[in-house]
Design a protein around this ligand. Structure first.
Ligand code: GLU
Length: 484
């Protein structure tokens, strides 16, 4: 590609960004980075009524978390603050007035009541909804409550070329005279979007498929304004595994919720990059550098992408296992600080976490799992709760398990080097000596010191907990078993 590549992510702050929105941001960013172009963030905040407080912050925090950096912007919210359309209202108003003056648009004075009445009649007559062009040829001027509408050609077709789908054609008669400037002085999405894409020299508009029906309207605006349209590329939909609209039920949540749940940004980049793009139909794991190197528009698919939460979990586990031990500790600390029981002293002892995490790293699917009652709490708190159904070995029963632990306890007390290897060297033969299977000894010890039946490897975990705690917990378990 020869022309300077300039792409944009243009979210409306009407909610917190979900998988689809972020995939749009990511694809544009990857495209810009691959071709050495520019990536712009433009907040399309022209729908005042639908603006959600905190949405802009949420969008920008999410981008920063993923490492999606933008290249320019006016001095808003920092040196590289994004563009905000609400700060450019004069520009849109001027262009709307020019369109009226040039005969491409007109003022419409229809009241809300008239429009409601019109809609009701259309519905009753089973007619397609749309403005009935009442004011189109009245030559009205500006007035309080008036809007500006585009004079859409009544015949013919409008075609645009889509980089992913080829030529797409719409019949003009099916498009109504859409509003360009609202009565509150704000532009509609269509007007502001087209003006800004032109003024910001956007070379490629890459957005979700749901915007295809808007594109012929945009082409009409480009034509009326004498602007050269950018290249369009509409990205495929993202569906759930059951091919229905993607929703929470499929495990799709807003971007920052994934952060809260303990997904790594590395995972999100890799996972999202494969929602509608592929390198070679089989490579799944790629770091961001590799994705940038490989990200060409030709490999964006046309068919819907399927969001697979199990794949996300698998991938996150892979990325967690790849983390350097110290890095993993850094990343789990906030989850431990937040989620360990209140009785555990804050700040959480980082060195101790450094001992626990190597035992957990293999097993974690999310960072949040590093701080759950059923995973690691027992490392940090002395409040172990026993379950009468879990502690005793099924075959030995409560009495037999108690008897076994009573025999094991003094041996553990005698052991001076309470580390994994000597522990195994002691306990494995001891089980044989007692005429028991290894599991019949290991499992009750595991539950005695953790309260759990599934834990990291027993000997490593005993080493980390230390002799004193292990002995104390086995004694507590003996008391518990004695009461059964
Ligand atoms: N503001 C639109 C949105 O929220 C932008 C669509 C486009 O990229 O043109 O998705």
């Amino acid at each position: 590609m020869t022309e300077p590549i300039r792409v944009r992510y243009a979210p409306s702050p009407t909610g917190f960004p979900h998988v689809g929105n972020i995939r749009t941001a990511l694809f544009n960013w990857l495209f810009a980075r691959h071709y050495g172009g520019s990536f712009i963030v433009r907040i399309e905040d022209t729908d005042v009524a639908r603006t959600v407080p905190g949405a802009v912050e949420n969008i920008l925090t999410g981008l920063r978390w993923l490492g999606i950096d933008w290249d320019e912007g006016p001095e808003v919210g920092g040196p590289y603050g994004p563009y905000f359309q609400s700060e450019r209202l004069d520009i849109y108003k001027e262009v709307a007035e020019k369109l009226v003056a040039d005969g491409y648009a007109y003022y419409c004075h229809c009241s809300a009541e008239r429009l409601a009445d019109m809609r009701a009649k259309q519905e009753a007559a089973h007619l397609p909804p749309g403005y009935d062009k009442h004011c189109r040829d009245l030559g009205l001027g500006p007035a309080p409550g008036a809007v500006v509408r585009l004079k859409v050609p009544e015949t013919g077709t409008t075609t645009f070329h889509d980089l992913i789908r080829g030529d797409v054609t719409f019949e003009n008669r099916l498009l109504d005279d859409m509003v360009l400037l609202k009565s509150d002085g704000y532009p509609t999405y269509h007007l502001a979007n087209v003006i800004d894409d032109h003024l910001m020299h956007i070379s490629h508009v890459m957005r979700a498929e749901e915007w295809i029906p808007s594109t012929p309207r945009h082409i009409m605006l480009y034509n009326a304004l004498g602007f050269e349209p950018p290249v369009f590329a509409h990205m495929p939909m993202i569906l759930g595994p059951d091919h229905s609209k993607l929703s929470k039920r499929h495990g799709s949540v807003s971007l920052l919720e994934y952060r809260e749940q303990g997904y790594l940004p590395e995972t999100m980049i890799n996972f999202l990059s494969l929602l509608g793009w592929s390198y070679d139909d089989k490579t799944e794991l790629m770091n961001v550098k590799e994705i940038i190197e490989r990200f060409t528009a030709e490999r964006i698919c046309q068919t819907a992408a399927i969001f697979n939460k199990e794949k996300l979990d698998w991938m996150n586990g892979v990325y967690i296992r790849q983390l350097a031990p110290n890095d993993l500790v850094d990343r789990v600390m906030p989850y431990l600080e937040k989620n360990l029981p209140e009785s555990v002293k804050r700040p959480i002892d980082r060195d101790y976490v450094g001992k626990v995490m190597p035992l957990m790293q293999e097993r974690l699917k999310t960072l949040e799992e590093s701080a759950k009652p059923e995973t690691t709490w027992f490392f940090f708190t002395d409040e172990i709760e026993y379950d009468h159904a879990l502690l005793p070995d099924k075959k030995l029963g409560a009495a037999g398990t108690k008897d076994m632990l009573e025999k094991v306890l003094p041996k553990l007390e005698e052991l001076s080097d309470f580390t994994a290897e000597p522990l195994e060297a002691l306990l494995r033969p001891l089980a044989a000596e007692l005429g028991l299977k290894a599991g019949q000894v290991f499992a009750p010890i595991r539950t005695a010191i953790s309260g759990l039946t599934a834990t990291p490897p027993l000997f490593g975990m005993m080493e980390v907990l230390g002799k004193e705690k292990c002995i104390k917990r086995i004694k507590d378990a003996l008391v518990f078993l004695g009461q059964l």
